[in-house]
Design a protein around this ligand. Structure first.
Ligand code: GAR
Length: 184
């Protein structure tokens, strides 16, 4: 079985889609969730699915947090780390040591960063979407694996657009994991 470790910070609807996908057929299993936010709903989602979760809240010394995260990921021996709504930039020591993919709510290289949905609306873009990419130490700069477009509607708010993007994100992250597992 290929070992998947999920990173998430918030609600966790992407993580849920991965938990719910029948990846055992592909020869993969989610072995753990790592979260940086004590109040994140994703922790309850993991508990309900009996998936082990680890909480690593940010500390004043970012270097110590980086080391704690690196050691934890190493101990979990992942074949693939999946950043699914994890709102932290990972240090190079981690991005070079592990295979990591990320789901981003925009068509990279357009609108990298933490406010991708708002930025697409503010720019007056007519379409946006989702990108699954390999994670390097930059801000959403790693090699693109897959993308899917969505039209921006005149009636869209940041919230409505993000919800529509997340519907396609959930499908694309699962499809991408299925595609990658045989080559891990
Ligand atoms: C998703 O849209 C994901 O792409 C985004 O956070 C959301 C998580 O939703 N991640 C980033 O913006 C990372 N830069 P969820 O908590 O419902 O899974």
């Amino acid at each position: 079985m290929k070992r998947l470790v999920i990173l998430a910070s918030g609600n966790g609807s992407l993580a849920q889609a991965i938990f719910d996908a029948d990846l055992a057929n592909q020869g993969a299993e989610v072995v753990a969730l790592i979260c940086d936010q004590p109040e994140a709903y994703v922790l309850q989602r993991a508990e309900l699915r009996h998936i082990e979760s680890y909480l690593i809240p940010m500390v004043a010394d970012r270097d110590l947090w980086n080391i704690e995260l690196e050691n934890l990921i190493a101990a979990l021996r992942p074949d693939l780390v999946v950043s699914a709504g994890f709102m932290r930039i990972l240090p190079e020591v981690i991005t070079t040591r592990f295979k990591i993919i990320n789901s981003h709510p925009a068509l990279l290289p357009n609108f990298p960063g933490a406010h991708a949905v708002r930025d697409a609306l503010t720019a007056g873009a007519s379409e946006t979407g989702t990108t699954i990419h390999w994670v390097d130490a930059g801000i959403d700069t790693g090699e693109v694996i897959a993308q899917e477009k969505i039209e921006i509607l005149p009636s869209d708010t940041e919230e409505s657009l993000h919800e529509r993007i997340k519907i396609i994100e959930r499908g694309l992250i699962v499809a991408t994991i299925r595609q990658l597992v045989p080559s891990l």
